[in-house]
Design a protein around this ligand. Structure first.
Ligand SMILES: Nc1ncnc2c1ncn2[C@@H]1O[C@H](COP(=O)(O)OP(=O)(O)OP(=O)(O)O)[C@@H](O)[C@H]1O
Ligand SMILES: [Mg+2]
Length: 504
């Protein structure tokens, strides 16, 4: 009997020793995961119960590593926005909490890459290697950390830089019907940032894949991808992805801004973003408001665009300029989303389908466009010409409508009309050809001085090219002074006019 007991003891001791050594080689840790269950699945959304403590906007993990974001927190149920498109999800599937919110990788290695809103590479160049991730949803910089907008952001497009100038840290809406050249303006602005130390982020929301591929090819061919990041939520991605895309793009931009850099973010476009949000909200039974958009869409867009700013020197002095794009239907700028965006931003560039059809490209309707801060930041050289230009152009637009009905015009009216037609002709600019400040000034000075008034309209295009060339070839030190922001003196003007005269 006693022998049995001692044998048992030794067996037990051996067992305990084995367990001890196992534990020291594999430390066990108790891990608590909260799991819930999918109760129903819809297009892009799911309802989940059993996750009592889940927080608003927390990421939830579904089978197959599929992610969703807690959106509606009701007493018994959570409405979830699905981020991945997956048909295999079904009622009864298990859901886990992740205890973190949606984030994106940020860092220098993103430059030159095409990624989706959660930072997965879409360009086939392998995963993006970054050290840091940041939440997509962030608070905007407080007022005390901000400085006024003082530095211009040159678009390289004459009509915009002269009449609707944009400053670094400003939010300028590009608004117009479909196919009026909205994307073209944004892309030209990105192309114009070559060697200007501005990091550009192009965020494509819900566009056709062919359109996105073309934009990326445009940027790559022209060397602009070297200082750009492209964030893509394509048209067939889930509405959840389209919804989070602009936040991810802004977070990526903010990282660079906080390093003291100047950043430009293009949101192409926010009407599609609003539609994705409407779809999700309706599916999750949030109450619809005007045009069936949920009531907080204004808050959503203003919170997003409030994140663009110019930080003061104590905070690095970086800036984030936003160029949101909005699409109108039948030129109706008083539709809900366009009016919201117009009131949130610091001005708008309105593109008119009528001008587009007449071949006046870029189709900027100067009378309906405005920049509420840019004028103060405009380079000094522009100020000496832009006042004149704006006046003669708006007079011309008024007169042109009237003058159709009368054949006999007095001399002064005729001169205003002739000048206006020339200004409009001079503002025409092909795509992918942003111009330097000095080239623009040369053309604008020649126009406002009346040098072109006696020329045939048909010869204006070639004259314009010749004037720009002569400026670059013969007045290179004046070019440098203009780019440095110096004022245009009377002698400088004369130099430009003389050089232009020789080309006629
Ligand atoms: N300045 C320009 N000169 C010549 N062609 C232009 C110019 N701007 C735009 N285009 C052409 O006009 C067409 C429409 O331009 P774009 O795609 O930029 O318009 P959009 O308003 O962004 O269209 P969508 O509504 O489809 O997004 C394109 O084929 C583009 O090449
Ligand atoms: Mg477009």
């Amino acid at each position: 009997m006693r022998e049995d007991a001692t044998e048992m003891n030794s067996v037990l001791n051996e067992t305990f020793a084995a367990l001890d050594s196992l534990q020291s080689s594999h430390p066990f840790e108790l891990k608590l995961t909260e799991t819930g269950q999918v109760t129903s699945v819809g297009r892009g959304v799911a309802r989940v119960n059993g996750l009592k403590d889940a927080r608003s906007e927390e990421l939830l993990r579904f089978p197959g590593n599929q992610l969703g974001m807690a959106f509606n927190l009701d007493a018994n149920e959570i409405g979830v926005i699905l981020l991945d498109q997956n048909d295999s999800l079904a009622a009864g599937d298990e859901v886990r909490r992740t205890h973190r919110v949606l984030d994106v990788p940020v860092g220098n290695s993103l430059i030159g890459r095409v990624v989706d809103p959660v930072g997965r590479a879409l360009d086939g160049l392998g995963p993006v290697q970054t050290q840091q991730r940041r939440p997509c949803e962030q608070d905007a910089a407080p007022i005390m950390n901000r400085d006024p907008v003082t530095v211009p952001l040159q678009t390289g497009i004459k009509v915009i830089d002269a009449l609707i100038p944009i400053g670094r840290g400003q939010r300028e809406l590009i608004v117009g019907d479909r196919q009026t050249g909205k994307t073209a303006i944004a892309i030209d602005t990105i192309l114009n940032q070559t060697d200007k130390d501005v990091i550009c982020i192009y965020c494509a929301i819900g566009q056709r894949n062919t359109a996105i591929a073309k934009t990326i090819a445009d940027l790559r061919e022209r060397g602009a991808l070297e200082y750009s990041v492209v964030v893509v939520a394509e048209g067939d991605s889930s509405p959840g992805m389209q919804f989070v895309a602009p936040y991810a793009a802004t977070t990526i931009g903010e990282y660079f801004m906080e390093q003291g850099k100047d950043v430009l973010v293009v949101y192409d476009d926010l009407t599609v973003h609003a539609r994705a949000y409407r779809e999700l909200s309706l599916l999750l039974r949030r109450p619809p408001g005007r045009e069936a958009f949920p009531g907080d869409i204004f808050y959503l867009h203003s919170r997003l665009l409030e994140r663009s700013t110019h930080l003061n020197q104590q905070h690095g002095g970086g800036s984030l300029t936003a160029l949101p794009i909005a699409e109108t239907e039948a030129q109706n700028v008083s539709a809900y989303i366009p009016t919201n965006l117009i009131s949130i931003t610091d001005g708008q560039i309105y593109l008119s389908p009528d001008l587009f059809q007449k071949g006046i490209l870029p189709a900027v309707d100067v009378g309906r466009s405005v920049s509420r801060v840019g004028g103060k930041t405009q380079l000094a050289a522009y100020r000496s010409v832009s006042g004149d230009l704006r006046l003669s152009y708006s007079q011309f637009e008024e007169l042109e409508a009237f003058s159709r009905f009368s054949s006999r015009l007095d001399e002064e009216t005729r001169a205003t009309l002739e000048r206006g037609r020339r200004v409009r002709e001079i503002f025409k600019q092909p795509q992918y050809q942003p111009l330097s400040v000095a080239e623009q000034i040369a053309v604008l000075v020649a126009t406002t001085s009346g040098l072109l008034d006696s020329l045939e309209m048909a010869s204006l295009q070639s004259t314009e090219i010749a004037i720009r060339q002569s400026m670059i070839n013969h007045l290179s030190d004046l070019c440098e002074r203009i780019e440095a922001g110096e004022k245009l003196t009377a002698e400088d003007r004369q130099l430009i006019i003389d050089a232009a005269q020789k080309t006629l």
